[in-house]
Design a protein around this ligand. Structure first.
Ligand code: PBG
Length: 324
């Protein structure tokens, strides 16, 4: 294949040719929409750095879940901001905790949509770290018990799937064991396997009010420089019983997504995180980028890299364009 015999432009001539040979297709089928639930009634508070996304009380969360269902989106991912945060994250485990209430309400009113829950303590601890603190550090094994209990309480409330994001060693095994013992052996785990210590979580921490009050998360989240280590992390999660593996963030880790796709045969999710969303929105607001095209190009890149599932704040906007 050589020029001038081969001319790649022949098949780019018009949209019909391009459609025929298009390799990656976006579909609403693969999207998960994250939502933030807060205490109160009739609360729908804009998150400044994430236009179109809100902190919502349970009543509004249910309405938003219904809208997602109408748009054809198969699943939502819930994050909760409790009334009170404390040292031991008690809000994370309460039977009538904020996420537990939201799960029940959605499952009652919109049973057709999957409810996935974030299993992590950072939204519930007064110090904002993802685990229990002992001697000034995040204690791994002690945290595992709490995470397992949190997952079970989500399952009891009706969660369809749990998604542990705390980056504690052994968390997938601990959750699997806890869920099985409690009779939830059919509830799958979507593992945040390769989650990096990223600055692109900035807007999320405003949305979830979960920035750490001291230090940072680099002692448990991964170093952005590492990709071999990501494969080791994923291997552990697969051995411990993950049903879906995840790479997070997405756009600055497309190479890791590609490697994970090639090396593992479990469904692979990628989290198009808050900062990735905010950058596109900000540039579009400034008139510096075509926001819609930037969104579609970003989502296409994540799928092309190998992600089967994309968790994204763009889900409703993308769904409007992609159709059911
Ligand atoms: C932790 C968690 C975070 C995100 C998802 N789960 C924040 C963090 O680790 O600091 C970030 C998601 C995003 O930026 O969109 N519970």
């Amino acid at each position: 294949m050589q020029f001038p015999d081969y001319r790649p432009r022949r098949l780019r001539k018009n949209e019909n040719f391009r459609r025929l040979i298009r390799e990656t297709k976006l579909s609403v089928d693969n999207l998960i929409y994250p939502m933030f639930v807060v205490p109160g009634q009739k609360v729908k508070k804009t998150i400044a750095s994430m236009p179109g996304n809100f902190q919502m009380s349970v009543d509004h969360i249910v309405r938003e879940a219904a809208r997602m269902k109408e748009l054809g989106i198969p699943a939502v991912l819930l994050f909760g901001i409790p009334e009170k945060k404390d040292e031991i994250a008690s809000g994370a485990l309460a039977k009538d905790g904020i996420v537990q209430r939201a799960i029940r309400a959605i499952k009652e009113k919109v049973p057709e949509i999957l409810v996935i829950t974030d299993v992590c303590l950072c939204e519930y601890t007064s110090h904002g770290h993802c685990g229990m603190i002992e001697k000034g550090e995040v204690a791994n094994d002690m945290t595992l018990e709490v995470l397992a209990e949190q997952a079970v309480s989500h399952a009891k409330a009706g969660a369809d799937m749990v998604a542990p994001s705390a980056m504690m060693d052994g968390q997938i095994g601990a959750l699997r064991e806890g869920l099985d013992e409690a009779g939830f052996d059919t509830v799958p785990i979507m593992a945040y396997s390769a989650k990096y210590a990223s600055c692109f979580y900035g807007p999320f921490r405003e949305a979830a009010e979960s920035a750490p009050s001291f230090g940072d998360r680099r002692a448990y989240q991964m170093d952005p420089a590492n990709s071999d280590e990501a494969m080791r992390e994923i291997t552990l999660d697969v051995q411990e019983g993950a049903d879906i593996i995840m790479v997070k963030p997405a756009l600055t880790y497309l190479d890791v997504i590609r490697r994970a796709k090639e090396e593992f045969d479990l469904p692979l999710a990628a989290y198009n995180v808050s900062g990735e969303f905010a950058m596109v929105k900000a540039a579009a607001q400034m008139g510096w980028l075509d926001g819609e095209r930037a969104m579609l190009e970003s989502l296409t890149a994540i799928r092309r890299a190998g992600a089967d599932i994309i968790i994204t704040y763009f889900a409703p906007e993308a769904a409007l364009i992609l159709g059911k």
